[in-house]
Ligand binder design. Structure first.
Ligand code: CO
Length: 254
């Protein structure tokens, strides 16, 4: 069942979204050569707690950290640790969730540490981000869920990259993962019809090479099978009777 949010719930989700977006911006600013991913994890934890919120990912299905940091061929769910030092040119995807007053915000973005190694890395990051905005052109009442992913896939493939199939976006609310699933690929005109009051996370994961991925032995880290670079971009959005409202926003845009 897709849970439609009341006006009061939407107000709470705006607050959760703002904290989550600020946490993402803070993490993004810390992405630099020489920084360990654990340092970013600690800073994000402290920020979320300072806002009276809870890091949603910590303990979720046994996940051992406060956010996910996925570098280069890592797609999603990279676990921060004190031995992972960010290097010049690394493509660093940050994914963070915060729960405030019982409601979840979920967002991600990809940053390059220092100078990019090549133009392909820069293009991958900008195409991934833009694919989100291409997708949410269809996140409006009357369209259907698969219209979003269809637009994402078309844009990504027109730019020579591929969209990950095994992981998808999702509804968001009191739970991080609610119905419906929101794939980033497929044909238009399928899935539930969008109505105002739905809240969903749209989160394209884009590989420079092929779309197949695999999970490392740690049970979490998802990497590209061909070793190609990958990027991720995500916001939690509200379906309205007009343009979708991005809930994971704050002053510093990423
Ligand atoms: Co998500």
């Amino acid at each position: 069942m897709i849970r439609i949010k009341s006006a009061r719930e939407i107000q709470l989700m705006r607050r959760a979204g703002k904290i989550t977006a600020a946490a993402r911006a803070l993490a993004g600013k810390m992405v630099a050569p020489g920084v360990t991913t654990l340092e970013i994890d600690r800073a994000v934890h402290d920020f979320i707690v300072s806002q009276g919120a809870v890091p949603t990912f910590l303990g979720y299905g046994g996940y051992p950290a406060n956010l996910c940091i996925s570098i280069n061929d890592q797609v999603i769910h990279g676990i921060p640790d004190g031995n992972t030092v960010i290097r010049e040119g690394d493509v660093v995807s940050i994914d963070v969730g915060a729960t405030k007053d019982g409601y979840v915000g979920d967002c991600a973005a990809t940053f390059i540490a220092g100078r990019a190694k090549d133009q392909e890395a820069e293009k991958l990051v900008s195409v991934t981000r833009q694919s989100f905005f291409e997708g949410i052109k269809f996140a409006r009442q009357g369209f259907r869920i698969s219209d979003i992913g269809s637009a994402i896939q078309q844009y990504v493939e027109a730019n020579g990259f591929s969209v990950v199939r095994e992981y998808v976006g999702h509804g968001v609310g009191r739970e991080m993962h609610e119905e419906p699933e929101v794939p980033n690929f497929g044909r238009p005109g399928h899935g539930p019809r969008l109505v105002r009051g739905m809240v969903i996370a749209v989160e394209p994961m884009v590989n420079a090479g092929g779309w197949p991925v695999k999970v490392l032995k740690d049970g979490w880290t998802v990497v590209t099978q061909d070793g190609s670079l990958s990027a991720h971009y995500e916001n939690t959005i509200l379906i309205t009777d007009g343009e979708p409202e991005i809930l994971t926003v704050c002053e510093e845009q990423v």
